[in-house]
Design a protein around this ligand. Structure first.
Ligand SMILES: [Zn+2]
Length: 502
């Protein structure tokens, strides 16, 4: 269907769309007897795009096993124009968490021709229902390389995680929802202690401490509680996200604080970003549909609808915060490190778990480690210099959408020169030994990274060895960090001078 369809110009989009949409989703046509295959979801996106000029299917790339990674862009904007965008991503965890993607196909119908149609008068909506098609089709949580995609957003080693970064760049959404499910039955861990978890829906906002404060505050203090209240009002008991519980003896927190997860990378890319996890019922119980998939889809859909409606209600605040973050991102100090710590004012938290033996609820007490302790705050640098960049490092920066200049000549620069102690173990944090201000002259081939760019604030997080999200924590980059030797990545706080200039 042509994007520039005459129906739009006549203002008849809504009516045309409602009449022509394929009503049943693939899962509904399957009568909930199994989850949809990747090709069935992709064909559904195709059918929706063919049925209405409000929907367009776009390619984000291919998975490792060459399955399409597709987005459905819903828009009522005039040709050549766009509204601010919302983006929802489903089923990063493949066959283990399929309900989010299935629900998104229902959400598409409600937006195109149902009770959510008015949302498209104010927003374009980007749906990525099947972010891990290989995992979906092969029965895995990971992708075909057995990588957990939702921990790959620092390394960006997989085509599926790279495609989501492409989508963030292409659509520049105001707000993002990353849609997951959480298994109540954890056979290899919590179930061995005799318990199941018991959450219906959990929301979290992007929480990386380097996200511009205007986004973090709006996300965590206003929108997150509102989303939870909205889901409850829709009949779904919802709460703030408690990171995965795998033992009754563990401490609880609010989940990953690094850029490894998609919500934090989206937050660092300038969007209000959220996670939702809905209950994935135990496979050991009896359900009216395959593993209770019909009810699971309904839970996820309720949360996705709450997100869309809440973002619509807060549209002005979203637009203002995102615009303001573009300015403050260039100035605000960058907090490199955050860890969870015991909350001394509130040292324990009571949570209901279900006993495996009789399926009765029991309230258990956990150490409350939801206090975020930050350290290693640096002023936002103007520029970074990488004196001897490897191809792998350049590739990593490019995958993050970070622009750099490769210098053909040497440069004289006022820099902060640092020496670190390399950690004993990969994925650990390097310790700063010394730092000093000095002038260096770089060799030809050095990279100059001007931080006044869309993703500039990511650069300190990826390149400073103290950062929780540093590339230099990864085994493939950590050998570049030698204990006591001047580190070849430099911060430049002021302007840059050419060699020979006064
Ligand atoms: Zn998940």
């Amino acid at each position: 269907m042509c994007w520039l369809a005459a129906a739009c110009l006549l203002g008849a989009c809504g009516a045309a769309a409602a009449a022509d949409l394929p009503s049943a989703t693939p899962l509904e046509r399957l009568h909930y007897q199994r989850i949809s295959h990747a090709a069935e979801i992709d064909a559904d996106l195709e059918a929706l795009a063919a049925a209405t000029p409000l929907a367009r299917k776009e390619s984000l790339g291919l998975s490792l096993e060459q399955r399409p990674l597709s987005a459905l862009l819903l828009s009522s904007a005039k040709p050549g124009q766009s509204h601010p965008r919302l983006m929802l991503v489903g089923s990063q965890h493949g066959a283990a968490e399929p309900a989010g993607g299935e629900a998104m196909l229902r959400l598409a119908r409600q937006l195109l021709g149902g009770d959510l149609r008015d949302v498209l008068d104010e927003f374009d909506v980007v749906l990525v229902p099947d972010a891990n098609p290989d995992g979906r089709d092969t029965g895995h949580r990971s992708n075909a390389a057995r990588v957990n995609l939702n921990t790959d957003f620092v390394r960006l080693s997989q085509p599926e995680s790279q495609a989501l970064v492409t989508a963030l760049e292409r659509y520049a959404p105001l707000a993002v929802l990353d849609v997951h499910e959480s298994a109540v039955l954890k056979r290899k861990t919590l179930a061995r202690e005799g318990y199941l978890t018991d959450f219906d829906a959990q929301f979290e906002a992007a929480n990386h401490p380097a996200i511009p404060s205007v986004l973090r505050e709006l996300g965590q203090h206003t929108l997150l509680p509102a989303l939870i209240a909205d889901a409850r009002a829709a009949g779904l008991p919802a709460q703030r996200y408690i990171g995965e519980i795998t033992s009754i003896h563990q401490a609880v927190s609010n989940g990953g604080l690094s850029l490894r997860n998609f919500r934090n990378l989206a937050g660092m890319s300038g969007a209000l970003a959220f996670l939702v996890e809905t209950k994935l019922d135990s496979r050991d119980d009896q359900w009216p549909t395959w593993r209770n998939i019909e009810a699971r889809v309904a839970r996820s859909l309720a949360c996705q609808r709450a997100f869309v409606r809440r973002m619509q209600a807060e549209r002005a605040a979203l637009a203002k915060a995102v615009a303001s973050a573009k300015v403050t991102a260039q100035k605000e100090p960058v907090t490199l490190r955050a860890v969870y710590a015991l909350d001394h004012d509130h040292p324990t938290i009571e949570l209901p778990l279900r006993r495996l033996a009789d399926r009765k609820l029991e309230t258990l007490s956990f150490a409350d480690h939801r206090r975020v302790k930050t350290s290693d705050e640096i002023p936002m640098p103007a520029t970074y210099v990488v004196s001897q960049p490897s191809d792998a490092l350049r590739t990593a920066l490019e995958r993050h959408g970070i622009h750099y200049e490769r210098q053909s000549q040497g440069f004289e620069l006022p820099v902060v020169a640092e020496r670190f102690a390399r950690p004993k173990h990969a994925y650990s944090r390097a310790r700063l030994l010394t730092h000093s201000d000095k002038f260096i002259t770089t060799a030809p081939g050095a990279l100059l990274i001007d931080l006044v760019q869309a993703r500039g604030r990511l650069v300190p997080l990826l390149l400073d060895p103290r950062s929780t999200s540093s590339l230099f924590r990864l085994p493939e980059f950590s050998p570049l960090l030698e204990t006591g030797k001047e580190f070849g990545v430099y911060r430049v706080h002021k302007g840059v001078m050419r060699a020979g200039s006064p």
